[in-house]
Design a protein around this ligand. Structure first.
Ligand SMILES: [Ca+2]
Ligand SMILES: [Ca+2]
Ligand SMILES: [Ca+2]
Ligand SMILES: [Ca+2]
Length: 352
């Protein structure tokens, strides 16, 4: 019994030593750690126990390089034309059995499939990569730092990364800018500096720590290239305003309001109609400026009416008084014009 117990004890100690040196990562036993296993053989001669014989084996665990880059969320990010600092979010996960640095690159594309059953139609500008420095999952200007690589990412650790850019003006609804974030494993090297490029061990297993690339193919990278990538996109929601200007003869000095004609001295009502297309972003601060020709005189007694309505293509005599007339120009600002909405600005003038 004693000998049996001793044998179990030896194996148990060896197993504990391995576990102690290498915590149970999902990524597996840590690269560079050694696994030692000792065998003990007990025997008897003439019924008498002899000194046991033992042998041990030690080898080094090799480095399996693996990583995942993934888009956070499953939908495109809606943006406005001219919007600055739009954000798309990714996670980079080190599924290697070693601490590594990860070089980061954000690439745009010209045409081709976006990330969400859409097609790239434009490029964002000023594209930069930030790390979620305060680890709150959202981009915080100033606090979250711009980076070119992730430093010393532990085995099994994940880091949130933001790609931040500006959206140009003059884009239409459903224009798309796709962006691909690629992370490439590097040697951990020293803290606060990017390590050297990784290289896979070619040829036979060596006694030292060899390196094997185990990553899959991402959005734009190949399998087993120490890199992984994922795509996301920004989709524009623009306002699509159309403007028309109508004039109606209200009265003339001879006919009054019965079948009035546009003769000198007649009163004309101008109506400026602003419509926003269905499915568009709401347009705010819609400022109208209408310089009057010298052949008409602004009717200050009637005034200016804002945010009126249209029925069957004709302006209604509604809206609220507002706007201004200065330097020969009628001005007024409509409240927000939503998708599929029409609003008017009305005023009157007399023909000179
Ligand atoms: Ca593009
Ligand atoms: Ca943050
Ligand atoms: Ca480093
Ligand atoms: Ca890959």
């Amino acid at each position: 019994m004693r000998k049996y117990g001793r044998l179990l004890g030896t194996v148990g100690a060896a197993a504990l030593a391995v576990v102690g040196a290498s915590p149970a990562f999902a990524a597996g036993t840590a690269a560079g750690s050694t696994i030692t296993n000792t065998v003990t053989v007990n025997y008897q001669v003439g019924g008498v126990s002899q000194t046991a014989s033992s042998a041990s084996d030690t080898f080094t665990v090799d480095r399996k390089v693996n990583l995942t880059v993934a888009e956070v969320g499953t939908t495109t990010t809606q943006v406005s034309p001219g919007q600055s600092a739009v954000v798309t979010t990714f996670t980079v996960t080190n599924t290697s059995n070693a601490v590594l640095d990860f070089a980061l690159a954000a690439a745009q594309q010209t045409g081709g499939a976006g990330a969400h059953a859409n097609t790239d139609t434009f490029d964002a500008t000023n594209v930069k990569i930030y790390v979620d420095t305060n680890n709150n999952g959202s981009y915080d200007a100033v606090t979250d730092l711009e980076v070119a690589y992730l430093d010393e990412l532990a085995a099994d650790a994940s880091q949130t990364v933001f790609v931040v850019a500006d959206i140009p003006l003059n884009l239409a609804t459903n224009d798309v800018a796709a962006v691909t974030l690629t992370a490439t494993g590097r040697e951990g090297g020293a803290a606060a500096s990017q390590g050297a490029a990784l290289s896979e061990t070619t040829g036979a297993n060596t006694a030292g720590m060899d390196t094997v690339f185990a990553d899959g193919a991402g959005a734009t990278d190949a399998s087993r290239d120490a890199a992984h990538s994922a795509k996301d996109d920004w989709t524009v929601l623009a306002a699509a305003l159309t403007v028309s200007k109508l004039s109606t003869v209200i009265s003339d000095p001879l006919n009054g309001t019965t079948n009035p004609k546009a003769i000198p001295g007649a009163t004309i009502e101008y109506c400026i109609v602003v419509s926003n297309a269905a499915g568009s972003a709401a347009a705010s601060s819609v400022a109208i400026s209408d310089p009057l020709p010298s052949t008409v005189t602004y009717d200050s007694g009637y005034g200016i009416f804002l945010n009126g309505s249209v029925t069957s293509g004709a302006c209604n005599a509604d809206g609220t008084a507002g706007g201004s007339f200065a330097s020969g120009t009628v001005s007024g600002t409509l409240t927000s014009v939503a998708a599929s909405e029409t609003k008017t600005l009305r005023f009157r003038a007399t023909i000179n």
